[in-house]
Design a protein around this ligand. Structure first.
Ligand code: S3P
Length: 168
């Protein structure tokens, strides 16, 4: 069976878009962990954060990642905070190759401009600073968790997908 392709990276680095492209190109199933959480709870990510808080969300994320990690031959897009819990990465690594979509603060800000309202953790006046802060906090975690690092700053989603295809 083919290894899973697992995409990790900060919000706005294109994990879902690239994941869909890869799944199509390889004729593999595409799974997005946030979508699974939405499906399971019947609530949006915003609503879960608002009603129950981040810790509750992280628990759901852990359960979903554990389930998804058992599948074979899938392209898996994860939420940006998946690296916060090492158990998620250990699970995903069992059957998957992990690609980090690595973007600069300005690229991430540019990508998120129109959909910042869908990101509860960035829902504040100065979200540029918040991106910077969270990225600094997580940089090392992404690095440690990944098998391959792809710089997305000057690439289209399709070019990122092609790069991953060449490696996989
Ligand atoms: C989060 C990223 C989001 C979502 C939630 C928390 C994070 O997913 O899981 O809002 O902590 O970085 P995307 O990376 O798909 O935006």
């Amino acid at each position: 069976m083919r290894e899973n392709i697992v995409l990790i990276g900060f919000m706005g680095t294109g994990k879902t878009t690239v994941g869909r492209l890869l799944a199509k190109k390889f004729n593999m199933k595409f799974i997005d962990s946030d979508d699974e959480i939405i499906r399971k709870t019947g609530m949006s990510i915003n609503k879960i954060f608002e009603k129950y808080g981040e810790e509750y969300f992280r628990n759901l994320e852990k359960i979903v990642i554990e389930e998804i990690s058992k599948l074979d031959g899938c392209v898996i897009a994860t939420g940006g905070g998946v690296v916060k819990d090492e158990r998620n990465i250990l699970n995903l690594k069992k059957k998957g190759l992990i690609f980090h979509l690595n973007g600069s603060v300005s690229k991430i800000k540019e990508n998120l401009e129109s959909e910042i309202h869908k990101r509860p953790l960035l829902n504040c006046d100065n979200y540029y600073e918040k991106i910077k802060l969270l990225l600094e906090e997580r940089r090392e975690l992404y690095k440690r968790a990944s098998d391959f690092d792809i710089n997305i700053d000057f690439l289209s989603s399709n070019e990122v997908a092609v790069k991953i295809m060449e490696i996989y």
